[in-house]
Design a binder for this molecule. Structure first.
Ligand code: BES
Ligand code: MN
Ligand code: ZN
Length: 491
């Protein structure tokens, strides 16, 4: 969808005006509208319109008016609107009007601060996201009727300046959504690494390690997962050096990038297995975050490391009971080949802290079905060895309407992942399945502040949960990590 700015009502557009608590219409409406606010309010009254934030009433085309239609958007307290409120009401307006029949909508944002108009552009960008590249002409025809939105504002240049960093964040979210949406025959470790290489144009430095390099590094925990796949496993390292001091200690993000998870020899049931194309969601969030940071030239040194592996059953696949040695030297008994994400992250985490000595390390992974059982679909679980980092993640996620919930890392559960023949085993039984997975990861983290985000609940949604997050791939976490960096780690 096209989103643009103007200072005047463009002809042949439907017009949306905002209505606040207590019948206040957006101030610009008075000067733009040839219709009196009394007329609008009277019509709303007749229709029994009850103002509730985000509610939209469409008034059909009126005689003697230039507008093809008039949409009234309830926005709450018009003077005290915050970025997040603007995002949610404007995204709701998009959904209420996208299939109303008109192609062009103008939203009267005159008199709103440039920052809020920028948040409206941001919300429209995220709300109108569609992954339609595999639709043929007939299906594309059925796309929403709404093709363009023009935001009427006081000062185009000022809004454009305010939108620039938000645009970079939206780009990052959309990169993550696109990656997660791709089927696994299109997105596999090599093709994924190639796509990441493409982001070098933003100023990211990208290195791709193949199986030979990883063998030399001793990453047999990660490599074991890829043994059953015809596709070569990859580890991709992204660097954004945006701090003035290029040697300043970086922050680091690590992602699980299992491009398809059949379960391996511990194979999953057929039903729903197609969902496992999004088992690379953690890595997509890392890539999206790096794109956002580079795109807005964040003053931080940031590292993104993603372990890209396909988990397949095959004559060469690893077996339940195999023992592998991770890069750290820790030996792992692989009881269940479907608990593969932790095996990938074990080496990716160790490599990251060993090479980059980061200020903190945050990993993201669609790690456990148990996380969905524990928290439902609206919260990602946060596990951390550091209260300060955990608190900062919580604040950052709240600030961008992404939900997180802190989970414990109780040492007494460590015995669940003890092995009879190796240092540890890769599953800890059903009780606290997400927790024992996190405890497993912690075995590969030394003294660095670390957090693990289990995003199995939030990486994908079968229904629209927030107006800015359509069904499908969510891009969850890009906004949280970007907000975290912005609030505390830019110098
Ligand atoms: N990728 C899955 C976890 C998952 C399940 C993510 C559903 C999103 C939706 C992970 O690799 C896995 O298979 N975990 C197992 C662990 C078990 C074998 C200990 C699980 O959750 O069942
Ligand atoms: Mn699995
Ligand atoms: Zn998995």
């Amino acid at each position: 969808m096209h989103i643009q700015l103007a200072t005047q009502y463009p002809e042949n557009h439907a017009l949306a005006v905002l209505i606040g608590d207590g019948d206040a219409l957006s101030a610009g409406a008075e000067k733009l509208n040839t219709i009196s606010s009394g007329y609008i309010l009277g019509s709303l009254k007749k229709l029994g319109f009850k103002s509730a934030k985000g509610k939209v009433q469409i008034l059909s085309a009126l005689p003697d008016q230039p507008y093809t239609a008039l949409a009234v958007l309830a926005a709450g307290d018009l003077t005290g609107l915050k970025g997040a409120d603007v995002e949610s009401v404007v995204a709701s307006l998009y959904h209420a009007t996208k299939s109303a029949g008109f192609a062009d909508l103008a939203i009267d944002m005159g008199s709103f601060p440039a920052e809020q108009v920028a948040h409206a552009m941001f919300a429209l960008t995220l709300a109108s996201y569609r992954f339609d590249k595999y639709f043929g002409a007939a299906k594309l025809e059925k796309a929403p009727s709404l093709k363009s939105v023009t935001l009427i504002c006081d000062d185009v240049a000022e809004v454009e300046a305010a939108f620039a960093p938000l645009k970079a964040i939206a780009d990052g979210v959309i990169v993550a959504r696109d990656l997660v949406s791709e089927p696994a025959n299109v997105l596999y470790p090599q093709s994924y690494a190639d796509r990441i290489k493409g982001f070098e144009s933003l100023g990211l430095k990208v290195e791709v390690l193949g199986e030979d390099e990883m063998t030399k590094l001793g990453m047999f925990s990660l490599l074991g997962v890829g043994l059953g796949s015809r596709k070569e496993s990859k580890l991709v390292v992204m660097q954004w050096l945006g701090a003035d001091d290029k040697a300043a200690q970086p922050v680091a993000f690590v992602g699980k990038g299992v491009t398809f998870d059949t379960g391996g020899i511990s194979i999953k049931p057929a039903e729903g297995m197609e969902d496992m194309k999004w088992d690379m969601g953690g890595s997509a969030t890392v890539v999206g975050t790096m794109v956002a940071l580079a795109g807005r030239k964040a003053k931080v040194n940031a590292i993104g490391v993603v372990g890209l592996v396909e988990n397949m059953p095959d004559g060469n696949a690893q077996r339940p009971g195999d023992v592998v040695t991770a890069m750290s030297g820790t030996t792992i008994e692989v009881i269940n080949t479907d608990a593969e994400g932790r095996l990938v992250l074990a080496d990716a985490l160790w490599y990251t802290q060993d090479r980059f000595k980061p200020q903190f390390m945050i990993d993201l992974a669609t790690l456990t079905g148990a996380m969905i059982i524990a928290l439902g679909m609206d919260y990602a679980g946060v596990f951390s060895n550091n209260d300060d980092l955990a608190e900062k993640i919580s604040e950052a996620s709240k600030s961008v309407s992404e939900n997180t919930w802190r989970m414990p890392l109780p040492t007494q559960y460590e015995k669940q992942i003890d092995s009879k023949i190796a240092d540890i085993r890769n599953i800890g039984g059903r009780p606290g399945g997400s927790i024992t997975a996190a405890l497993f990861l912690q075995r590969f983290v030394n003294n660095v502040p670390w957090a693990h985000l289990d995003i199995a609940p939030t990486a994908w949604t079968n229904e629209q949960r927030l107006p800015t997050v359509p069904e499908g791939a969510t891009g969850w976490g890009v906004r949280t990590l970007d907000a975290l960096v912005k609030a505390h780690y830019e110098v």
